[in-house]
Write a protein that binds this ligand. Structure first.
Ligand code: NAP
Length: 244
């Protein structure tokens, strides 16, 4: 049975992705920072008959927590097939170029970039033992430098008010390319799930977490998707490939 670890798996896109992987026959480790919220999510899955899952406590913003999560996971499995770096925060407003604070930038980067780096570096040895290791970093089209410079982009006007979040996703994209270059045996993909109704968007959006989960799981199942692709469900093209 293939094994997947998902960060931020107790709600939103992470939870829906966990459910979808379980329905496809994967064993799922739910990375959650709160034991209570993690167990609630686990119980909900169990009530649906999805029992091949367990919670691993992890706060990706903390070195010690990530180290402990790796130790706990290592007691349960020697191999991991898929890592979904799903956790992301937007940060507080205002965060435009003239008003963003260094401390807000540090806070968001500590989760969205450094957190992903902490988890990836700690878990790579488990993934290396898989026949087909796959890392998916959940990003956003707001992290596309090309789109930010394109006056015809549908979010051109509005994206600037999320500059701190955007910087964190640009940096995450760069990290993903570099990681993919360094791990040729792996597939490393970047996915923008689209504008999805979750707590992160105050339940605004055009898509559901289930739709986002379908995109993520299909990218893992479809072995023809090459490594280092940036795919955006929000991108108006047939291939959905998003420019970096
Ligand atoms: N929703 C969208 O429209 C959209 C669009 C583009 C990209 N994305 C990306 O999709 C990903 C998931 O977003 P979402 O919309 O599902 O957000 P969400 O509903 O706010 O869920 C975020 C998840 O991350 C967890 N989390 C936050 N900080 C954490 C930390 N330091 N350590 C461990 N877990 C932490 C939260 O746990 P708690 O419950 O404990 O807070 C929660 O489980 C993010 O990377 C986001 O940037 C979302």
């Amino acid at each position: 049975m293939k094994k997947v670890f998902i960060t931020g798996a107790n709600k939103g896109i992470g939870f829906a992705t966990a459910r979808h992987f379980l329905q496809k026959g994967f064993y799922v480790y739910l990375g959650c920072r709160s034991q209570e919220r993690g167990l609630e999510a686990l119980q909900l899955l169990q009530s649906e008959g999805l029992t091949n899952a367990e919670v691993i406590l992890i706060d990706i913003s903390q070195d010690e927590s990530v180290k402990n999560a790796r130790i706990q996971l290592g007691k349960k499995t020697a191999t991991l097939d898929v890592l979904i770096n799903n956790v992301g925060i937007t940060g507080n407003m205002p965060q435009d170029a003239l008003n963003a604070t260094v401390s807000e930038l540090e806070k968001v980067l500590n989760t969205n970039l450094y957190g992903t780096l902490r988890v990836t570096q700690s878990f790579t040895d488990l993934l290396e033992r898989s026949q087909e290791p796959h890392i998916i970093n959940i990003s956003s089209s707001i992290g596309s430098l090309t789109l930010h410079s394109d006056t015809s982009w549908k979010y051109y006007e509005n994206a600037n008010i999320f500059m701190v979040y955007a910087i964190s996703k640009v940096a995450l994209n760069m990290y993903s390319i570099s990681l993919g270059n360094q791990l040729p045996k792996f597939r490393v993909n970047v996915i923008d799930p689209g504008f999805i109704k979750t707590d992160l968007t105050n339940n605004q959006g055009s898509g559901s977490p289930e739709e986002a989960a379908t995109t993520i799981v299909n990218t893992v199942l479809d072995k023809t998707v090459p490594t280092k692709k940036f795919v955006s469900e929000d991108h108006d093209s047939e291939t959905k490939e998003c420019p970096w």
